[in-house]
Design a protein around this ligand. Structure first.
Ligand SMILES: C[S@@+](CC[C@H](N)C(=O)[O-])C[C@H]1O[C@@H](n2cnc3c(N)ncnc32)[C@H](O)[C@@H]1O
Ligand code: SF4
Length: 389
């Protein structure tokens, strides 16, 4: 049996599952708003019902997190910016009334440049949102069209300007190695992003995920060599501009702008996930449990009156070291060895042989306190993680 002497920090993830249009590369739990919906946005009644459901979901889960404070909230999607300022305000006020939220907690809302209005952002900020994450993907109209996005270069720039003015602390998501992309085009995307003064930038290589339209009808993507060249220029441009790479895809203008919510995942912290399809990981005094909620918004809305959790299981102790390494090895700084025992309650001895193997292969470097992936380890992260399976 596991025995934890301290519980990890707790974050709250809230899934808002609707989008105006499903992107052909996207395998997130996102659902197109029905064609017959009123106007362009998400009907008010749906927003209200969903906020009620989220608060009920949180209430149902309170016994699992009794007495614990929340240090960050992330509203992800889907397209959370389809929700009105009033709906987000009611949601955040409802959360504060039910759980203790740390003073200065990071509260992020994901927004799609195709669904951004200045007035709405002002209302989000008044509601307590202090960080915006913008799904820009590219600043090229041609690439955005190829990606099936509903926004163009102009909307992306305007959205970033609004985020900069109103919230200040904002992230831009970009994807690279896009269909037909050249090194110069990828470089132009990064340069344009930097000109908009984000505090954080996430750069993801486009992947063809199973169960997406792109997987069934693959576009012409750059070959491996070109993709590597593109990645290099993306990373170099960001580093030259003074950004710190602290995780495989995450770059920040300074330590104070690290995404605390995501950092908590990568440090194998706890998170409660509410909303359709949301995942959670909660440490109890003698076990770690994982939860998944009903994925379809309609099933979720129906189930929540009793229990929105579709699946819950205890993580077996033997699985914990791998899960810990899967996350922490994504961080450039690696991890403090004491964190392993703190987060898994297992002795370090269970890890030592594998650490030795990884070190011999040049994938990690370590001393008596720290383990960090080398440049080679970061490049072959999958191989490195597999050692701990
Ligand atoms: C939860 S998603 C969506 C955020 C928001 N709905 C949007 O698309 O504007 C977060 C980010 O993951 C990245 N992403 C999604 N699908 C991807 C894929 N197949 N390959 C690489 N990155 C992907 C995109 O950069 C996206 O902004
Ligand atoms: S807007 Fe974002 S979440 Fe929605 S379908 Fe596109 S990539 Fe997926």
């Amino acid at each position: 049996m596991l025995k934890f002497s301290a519980l990890p920090p707790l974050a709250l993830y809230i899934h808002l599952p609707w989008c105006i249009k499903k992107c052909p590369y996207c395998d997130f739990n996102s659902h197109e708003i029905r064609q017959n919906a009123v106007g362009h946005g998400l009907p008010d009644a749906t927003q209200q019902a969903y906020v009620d459901a989220l608060l009920k979901d949180l209430e149902n889960t309170l016994p699992l997190i009794w007495g614990r404070a929340i240090h960050s909230i992330f509203m992800g999607g889907g397209t959370p910016s389809l929700f009105s300022g009033q709906a987000i305000d009611r949601l955040l006020a409802g959360i504060r009334a039910r759980v203790r939220l740390n003073a200065g907690a990071e509260i992020t809302l994901e927004a799609n440049p195709g669904a951004v209005e200045a007035k709405r952002f002002e209302a989000y900020a008044r509601a307590g949102v202090n960080r915006i994450s913008l799904g820009v993907q590219s600043f090229s109209d041609e690439k955005l069209k190829a990606l099936g996005r509903i926004h163009g270069r102009r909307e992306a720039i305007e959205a970033a300007q609004i985020a900069h003015e109103i919230v200040g602390n904002f992230n831009i998501d970009l994807m690279y190695a896009l269909p037909g992309q050249t090194v110069a085009q990828a470089s132009a995307d990064i340069t344009q992003a930097l000109a908009l003064q984000p505090t954080h930038l996430s750069a993801y290589q486009l992947t063809l995920e199973p169960n997406t339209l792109f997987h069934r009808y693959p576009p012409q993507l750059p070959n491996d060599d070109l993709a590597l060249d593109i990645e290099q220029v993306v990373h170099e441009t960001l580093l030259k501009a003074g950004f710190i790479q602290y995780e495989v895809s995450a770059f920040s203008k300074g330590e104070q702008y690290y995404c605390r919510h995501n950092l908590n995942y990568w440090q194998f912290g706890d998170y409660l996930g509410i909303g359709a399809g949301a995942h959670g990981k909660i440490t109890l005094h003698d076990s770690v449990i994982r939860q998944v909620r009903f994925k379809q918004p309609t099933s979720y809305l129906q189930a929540v009156a009793k229990n929105a959790v579709q699946e819950e299981h205890k993580v077996v102790a033997e699985q914990l070291p791998f899960e810990f390494m899967l996350n922490t090895l994504r961080l450039n700084q690696g991890f403090d060895l004491r964190l392993f025992t703190e987060r898994t309650s297992l002795p370090l001895t269970s890890l030592l042989l594998k650490l030795e193997r990884a070190e011999q292969r040049g994938l990690i470097e370590r001393d008596h306190r720290w383990v960090r992936p080398t440049a080679l380890g970061r490049r072959f992260l999958n191989d490195l993680q597999q050692i701990f399976l």
